[in-house]
Design a binder for this molecule. Structure first.
Ligand code: WQD
Length: 337
């Protein structure tokens, strides 16, 4: 059984590649390397002892996709490829709609032509928009607050309609909450280019002294300590969620959506203090104004994934902080040695 990972050289993709290889399935990666390094897959091969062939190309480019499907017998697909910076999507909406929707549309067309109908899609909790009611359930109404989120929403709709029209498709939509951490080996991890937008990689770069201090975006939210609350989930738990989704897709036609979160919300300061305690390292921070577009609280009801996929997150906030720092410590400049 061979699984194609579009965008599989990226942060979540490389951790998922490792889990799939360790489960006994084969992996092929298509990645344009716009936000990833081939070194990640070299490390995956070192960790698993198995090859994860990389085809450098673009998921929105039909020829690149044809090349993969002609060269390999693809049985299932995990679709990670896409631009994912919220702020950038607000500044460049056309680039986001063109890139992310073309990728999904072209991929589905080529899959259909090659008789490949199992697909797991990398969606995001961002599709829930500014709902206040917590924990978030898959049945809640959707509504996005930025073009990046809308591309996830629209890709979900494209997949739903395709699944309705062609019963051969087996489609699983996975809504990620806040992926953090790294594989316990410290050999693969999150490697954002430039100044990180997200909290954990920013904390790691403050801890290593590359950045002076963390700006905590607001401490006047209606939460336990005034700072934002999120459902941080260990990237290896997320990767294992993809394994469960691929097994489910093998046996079930139609379209199913699942939240991949822990079901527990932690605040920004919870994360900072846990990181300091677990790693015995100081993370200087200052309270800054709220970041436009941020919501106060966001965490999952993960019960549907537990019931239908037999999956739940196992790793603690301490594990997330320890593993994130272990990767950063071992790779101060990410994959650029
Ligand atoms: C988490 C919390 C910030 C940075 C985003 C995307 C989402 C998904 C995950 C792709 C918030 C606070 C952050 C900092 C801070 N990505 N923070 N100082 O915004 O919950 O989700 O990443 O799918 O789609 O929206 O993640 O890590 O940016 O922020 O105080 O320097 O940390 O205000 O409360 P977010 P984040």
């Amino acid at each position: 059984m061979t699984v194609l990972l579009t965008g599989g050289a990226g942060y979540i993709g490389s951790h998922t590649a490792l889990s799939i290889l360790n489960s006994g399935k084969e992996v092929v990666v298509l990645d344009n390397l716009s936000n990833a390094s081939p070194e990640a897959l070299t490390r995956v091969e070192q960790l698993t002892g198995k090859k994860a062939p990389l085809v450098v190309g673009d998921c929105a480019n039909r020829e690149d996709l044809e090349k993969v499907f002609s060269q390999y017998k693809i049985d299932q697909v995990v679709h990670f490829a896409g631009l994912k910076a919220v702020g950038e999507s607000v500044a460049k909406p056309l680039m986001y709609y063109r890139n992310n929707l073309d990728a999904t549309l072209t991929l589905l067309e080529v899959m259909q032509e090659h008789g490949c109908f199992d697909i797991v899609f990398s969606s995001s909790a961002t599709v829930y928009g500014t709902i206040q009611e917590m924990p978030l359930k898959e049945t809640f109404p959707l509504g996005c607050t930025n073009p990046y989120g809308w591309t996830k929403f629209m890709s979900e709709q494209i997949l739903r309609d395709t699944g309705k029209a062609d019963p051969r498709f087996h489609i699983v939509l996975l809504r990620y909450f806040n992926p953090v951490g790294a594989h316990e080996s410290g050999q693969i991890g999150e490697d954002p280019s430039g100044i990180p937008n997200n909290l954990m990689p920013f904390i790691c770069q403050v801890a290593r002294g590359r950045l002076k201090e963390l700006a905590v975006f607001g401490n006047d939210y209606p939460t336990k300590d005034g700072t934002g609350v999120r459902d941080f989930i260990h990237v290896m738990d997320l990767a294992e969620g993809h394994l469960a989704a691929l097994s489910y897709a093998e046996k079930h036609a139609g379209v199913e959506v699942f939240n991949l979160g822990t079901g527990t919300g932690y605040s920004v300061l919870d994360l900072v203090h846990t990181f300091e305690k677990v790693n015995q390292i100081k993370v200087p921070y200052r309270i800054a104004p709220r970041r436009p577009g941020d919501i106060a609280t966001c965490y999952a009801d993960p019960s549907k994934a537990k019931e239908m996929l037999g999956w739940s997150a196992k790793r603690s906030l301490e594990d997330m902080c320890r593993d994130a720092w272990n990767w950063q410590k071992n790779n101060p400049d990410g994959y650029r040695r």
